[in-house]
Design a protein around this ligand. Structure first.
Ligand SMILES: Cc1cc2nc3c(=O)[nH]c(=O)nc-3n(C[C@H](O)[C@H](O)[C@H](O)COP(=O)(O)OP(=O)(O)OC[C@H]3O[C@@H](n4cnc5c(N)ncnc54)[C@H](O)[C@@H]3O)c2cc1C
Ligand code: SF4
Ligand code: SF4
Length: 434
């Protein structure tokens, strides 16, 4: 449900509309609470809505996410602000918080937009598509992606030339360049932080050549190529559009690596790489896929069997640490690596490399409460003050954490964590009400 208002009150403010924030909002609204869900992107769904399939079941990510997202967006107890930011949250007393929220202009009235895409077709400006992780371009008038919620156009004002072509063709006249930022002061009784994680930026590891060698891509770019809403109809090397036939995965890119300041295991990269390798064997039956790893961490339910399944399908596993990736004239890549079992330095040639980038803290959480001390752990994730007995509790009473905002985890664990955060919120509100 989308509403227009300047001042309002809710039972719970959920910051972040990924799978964890969405699940927490739904649990609370189903218990009769009024929830405000604030998401900074143009759609809810977080990273999950952009994935291909999920480990270890290989279920389609979009098929799981879209019904959930649609339930969240239609729930009468949930108000959603997309494209919005929290300026600050102040705690006045127990059960009494005040949040300043800014809704950025989308320049499209989403209630009237039918997502017909005529504006997109008419727009002459092409820029990089952030929701396809820059693999392709998009227009300045654009629908974020086909399963976005809300499914409505937006104007990328930074790249727009104000030529007016979109306004002229829009059949419902819903494009509105007079829209301005809207500020809200919202009273809430409790807060859930579900701001998720950031991906490690491989530009910080120049020896892997990301950004320099075109056929070195990230795991999220491969995820998009394997998704049903993919940018191309098959898997392509960005350098020359050829179908790759010798693909390498470099695990622990930016994880368990003190040289880039992140000694933490990201927990998901082994499994998502094994998943992608299996999907690639299906998409490109003639291709060789090799995974270079330090250790395979297949610790969850069904994960070890999933790993064995990949080996059985013919995925090569090499216990090796990659030192450097260089490029040949034809765009193929030479990986120089330490063969850990043989204690030797070796070289291998591949025609595409996928960097399995790690999970970093989203530092946004740390600035939400300027007047309070929201404790963070030593890696800048939200500190769980009672990890064992009350894992969603934070250092501020009445403020809870859900999903990867507290540390790396996969989707099932993010959903479990959202369940814990919503039940702790309910119990806080009931106790503090007595
Ligand atoms: C390549 C790749 C493949 C993966 N494959 C799998 C898989 O197969 N199976 C599996 O179980 N897991 C997989 N994962 C992990 C999965 O993506 C995460 O477990 C899940 O997305 C965590 O959900 P979340 O809601 O905690 O965080 P996110 O998905 O990061 O969502 C956080 C949301 O909060 C929003 N936000 C952030 N800051 C603010 C702010 N200040 N104000 C408002 N909103 C904000 C963000 O825009 C985002 O929408 C994969 C991850 C990657 C990178
Ligand atoms: S006004 Fe901006 S968004 Fe609309 S068509 Fe022109 S460049 Fe594209
Ligand atoms: S803004 Fe107008 S033209 Fe663009 S998708 Fe929406 S209804 Fe269609």
């Amino acid at each position: 449900m989308q509403v227009k208002m300047k001042n309002a009150s809710f039972d719970v403010l959920v910051v972040g509309g990924g799978i964890a924030g969405g699940e927490a909002a739904l649990n609370l609204a189903n218990n009769g609470l009024k929830v405000l869900l604030v998401e900074k992107e143009l759609s809810i769904g977080g990273k999950m809505i952009l994935l291909s399939k999920v480990f270890p079941t290989l279920d389609c990510a979009a098929c799981i996410t879209t019904p959930k997202v649609s339930e969240i967006s239609r729930h009468p107890g949930i108000t959603i602000f997309t494209g919005s930011e929290i300026v600050s949250i102040a705690k006045k007393a127990e059960n009494d918080f005040e949040a300043d929220v800014v809704k950025n202009p989308r320049y499209v009235n989403i209630d009237d937009c039918t997502a017909c895409q005529l504006c997109e077709e008419a727009c002459p400006v092409i820029t990089s598509d952030q929701y396809q992780f820059n693999l392709i371009g998009r227009k300045a008038a654009f629908i974020p992606f086909s399963i976005a919620s809300p499914k409505a156009a937006a104007i990328d004002i930074e790249n727009c030339t104000l030529c007016g072509a979109c306004e002229k063709v829009c059949p419902t006249k819903c494009i509105d360049f007079t829209q301005e930022k809207e500020e809200y002061r919202v009273k809430v009784r409790s807060v859930i932080i579900a701001t998720g994680f950031k991906l490690f930026d491989p530009l910080a590891m120049p020896r892997y050549g990301y950004g320099l060698h075109k056929n070195v891509i990230t795991s999220m770019q491969m995820e998009r190529q394997l998704a049903p809403t993919r940018p191309f109809n098959t898997i392509l090397r960005p350098g020359d559009g050829k179908m790759p036939c010798k693909i390498a995965y470099v695990l622990c890119t930016g994880s368990r690596d003190v040289t880039v300041g992140n000694p933490v295991c990201s927990q998901i990269c082994c499994m998502y790489s094994i998943k992608q390798a299996q999907l690639l064997m299906g998409a490109l039956p003639m291709a060789d896929v090799t995974i270079y790893y330090i250790n395979i961490r297949s610790f969850g339910k069904g994960f070890e069997e999933f790993y064995e399944q990949a080996k059985g399908m013919g995925v090569n596993f090499v216990k090796g640490k990659i030192g450097k990736i260089s490029e040949k004239d034809n765009g193929d890549l030479i990986l120089r690596y330490e063969d850990i079992n043989e204690n030797k330095v070796r070289e291998a040639e591949h025609d595409m490399v996928v960097l399995s980038v790690g999970v970093l803290a989203n530092k946004d959480a740390g600035s939400l409460f300027p007047g309070e001390k929201l404790e963070l752990d030593s890696f800048n994730f939200v500190q769980q003050t009672d990890t064992l007995a009350s894992p969603s509790r934070t250092s501020i009473s009445g403020v809870f954490v859900a999903g990867t905002a507290s540390g790396p985890m996969d989707i099932p664990d993010s959903i479990l964590s959202a369940g814990a955060a919503s039940s702790e919120t309910l119990s806080y509100l009931n106790t503090k009400n007595e």
